[in-house]
Design a protein. Structure first.
Ligand code: DX5
Length: 234
């Protein structure tokens, strides 16, 4: 159980969540602080195991280090096989949210309940080929649905616009079941050009890696450009 627990309020409104996958790891703390100075209060940490996705990235030490220096909302996106085996260590390391992939969570219902028992918000991610309907039995147990707008594994990929209608499908499924709407997060190729159509469809959390940390003219201006693009949506 992290000292945060579920009493920590999910940042509201249109949230830009820089993905540290695109950050410079020789300056990670400084770049996170720069993004916080530019208004970021939610970061996504992309954990990849080289099995579920064809890339190997970060793990517990990076989360522990960031938790020690940042009070931002830390959202851990587990792109790993058997995510149920790692929920406790990531919660203990300071995650505020744990997001598992529907495609590899053999016991998704149990994983989502376990995430909340550990004091974290529960997220479930859908790859572009995975229908929203696969969540029909668990929508009552998620705080957030991550609609992937790329095939996971790497930053800097092209936005997959065909994934956008899935946003409204998930929201309609929740409404049809009389459930509160989960936060809808989009991730992959999110920038000032692609974010608006996701917002119009109902997304409220925008994971942006390259368009925050990699693009000229820099983090503060990139955050401002995303905020401006999302301003008409609340
Ligand atoms: C999926 C990763 C990326 C990353 C953001 O593999 O989850 O989507 O967070 O990448 P950009 O914003 O550079 O497309």
């Amino acid at each position: 159980m992290t000292e945060r627990g579920l009493d920590r309020t999910l940042p509201g409104g249109m949230v830009i969540a820089p993905s540290i996958l695109a950050a410079d790891y020789a300056r990670l703390g400084a770049e996170v602080a720069e993004a916080e100075d530019a208004g970021a209060e939610w970061f996504q940490l992309d954990v990849m195991d080289g099995h579920f996705v064809p890339n190997l990235t970060i793990g517990l030490p990076v989360l522990e280090s960031l938790r020690a220096v940042s009070d931002s909302f830390l959202d851990v996106h587990l792109m790993i096989d058997n995510p149920g085996e790692f929920l406790e260590p990531f919660a203990e390391a300071g995650a505020d949210m744990l997001t598992v992939h529907q495609e590899v969570s053999a016991h998704l219902h149990g994983d989502l309940h376990r995430i909340r028992e550990l004091g974290c918000y529960a997220g479930v991610a859908l790859n572009p080929a995975t229908p929203a309907e696969t969540l029909s039995e668990v929508l009552g147990y998620v705080d957030l649905v991550l609609v992937m707008t790329v095939n996971p594994g790497f930053g800097g990929q092209k936005f997959i616009a065909e994934a956008v209608p899935k946003i409204s499908t998930v929201l309609r499924m929740a409404a049809d079941r009389g459930l509160p709407p989960p936060a809808i997060q989009v991730d992959g190729g999110i920038d000032p050009a692609s974010a608006p159509e996701c917002a119009a469809a109902g997304a409220s959390v925008f994971v942006a890696g390259s368009s925050v940390f990699r693009w000229a003219p820099g983090i503060a201006a990139n955050m401002a450009a995303l905020r401006d693009a999302l301003a008409p949506y609340g």
